[in-house]
Every structure is written in C-alpha cells, then in structure tokens.
Design a protein around this ligand. Sequence first.
Ligand SMILES: O=c1[nH]c(=O)c2[nH]c(=O)[nH]c2[nH]1
Length: 299
Amino acid sequence: MGGDSIGDYELEHQHGKARVRVARVWREGNTHVMVEWSAAVSLRSKSLSSYSEGDNSAIVATDTIKNTIYVLAKRCAKSLSVEEFGVMLGEHFVSTYPEVTAAHISMIQRPWERVSVDGLQHEHGYRMGLENRTADVRTTKDGKSRVTAGVSDLRLLKTTKSGFEGYIRDKFTLLPETKERMMASSIRSVWSYSRKPSDYNEVYATVKNILETTFFGPSKGGVYSPSVQKTLYLMAKEVLIRVPEIESVYLNMPNIHFLPVNMPAIGVEFKDDVYLPTDEPHGSIEATLSRKALGGSRL
Ligand SMILES: O=c1[nH]c(=O)c2[nH]c(=O)[nH]c2[nH]1
C-alpha cells in the first residue's frame, strides 16, 4: 500500500475506532428484527501532519467515527445485513472526507437468534446462540468495496467416523494410528465475494449449513474422515461448488483432542468410551481454497 515519506522514514498509518457496540431494532409491524454488532473502523487518510507536526487539521476524530456508526444505524430504515452495513460505512467515510483515501470496516454480529414458542417463530423473542458472524469490508476512494464474510467459534464434534493413519513415523513419533476417534473443532471461516449475492443473509445460512453437513455427513451413517485436512478441503470445495458468488474460502480448523483414558494399573481399559477433553495443545490446520481462474487467495 505504501506510506507517507517523512524525512529518512516512511510512515504507514491508519486510525479509527474499535469495538463500537451497537444494537439495532427494526419494528416491522408486530414483528421486530434485532441485531447486535461490534464495529471496528480504520481509515487511511492524508493526515501525516498529525504524526509529524501535531497538526490535527486533517484528522476525522475517532469519537466522530464512533458517532457515525450510530447515526448510520439510525438512518437504515429497513433491516440490512452486516455486510451491507459495513459497505455503507466504508462508502460514507471515503465519500464524506476528501482526506480519507480508504476505509477498512471489520464487523462482528453476535448470535442473537429468534426463538420459537409452541412451534411458532416469536415476534420479538431472541436467545443467544454460539457462533459469531463476521464481515470485513475494504473500500477504496473510488467507492468500490471488497467484501469478505465469515463465521467464528463454530464448534462441531462427531463421536466416530474419524481416523488418522499413514503419517510420517520417526524416532519422535508416539501417536498410534487409528480408524476410530472423536473429531472436534472450533471452526473459523472467511469467504470472499467476487460479486454481490442477492442476499448476504441467505448465503451466510447456506455456507454455515454446507460447512456443518460436510463435516458430519448424512444423519444416518455420517461420513468417514481420514484427517482434518481432508474434511477441511471437502468443506471448502462444497462451498465453492454451491455458491458461485464466492471466489475463495479460508478455513481454520483446530483439531481439538479428546484423549483416550487408559489406566491399566487400576483396571480401566479404553474402549472408545471414556475420554479426557482438552483445549490445549490443539492441532492447528488451516487452508484457503480459491477458484483457479480468478488467481490465488486474496484474503
Ligand atoms: O487429522 C489430523 N491431522 C493431523 O495433521 C494430525 N496430527 C496429529 O497428531 N493428529 C492429526 N490428525
């Protein structure tokens, strides 16, 4: 991106406000739509003099940036996706201030989910789910935005249909090969759009569903996984097959270990039944799958 020249140095700089929390309710008759977001805005701007001279005349105050998030949330007359709100923020900052050359908006949506009571969707009742939804928008001075969306803390586990064999064995290797183990992960995924889909919310639900169903396989029988790596690849590939607007998918899948409990000295033999759950250390497996025609990963 390049920075500003200052004497013998080059200074790359950006400023903004992070962790601005806002909840927005849209009252559509008796049905209310509610979201909770945490926004981080980071602006690139021609404000070198603030660093070099203490002259703040080209600075958009971070307090103003924070206020803008609330003002724009209020201005949205209709409910919109977290991606669309990010684009709206990015466009606002680059078009309002001549000094601002680019904006980076990073959004997290908390998992408030509409509840059902007696099998009916509640008009205004929500409960907190588990995984967070993310959106990242980079807007350039010409008003163009690149959007990525994602999910984090998606915790999945299956009790069988997982194994790990055929890896390098050397004098440091202790791990026994297995065709039977638990597989668990806390998944973070980010996918980038080559073009705007007709409905970001729908794509989010679709991608989450693809990730889950590919991880688990069919309800009866599941699907065998020879490694977290293979499952990760199949999950990412299925997203690219099913969602044409997505050009690349990043997946971070820690392998969260459930260790067999074996205590022969006191007569406890592991029979795929008692495990020691762990958080750390965990395997760390990540990859980005991109469509070839569009070049490599841009995440
Ligand atoms: O699915 C796995 N991938 C690995 O790379 C690995 N390494 C390891 O010790 N266990 C596993 N499991």
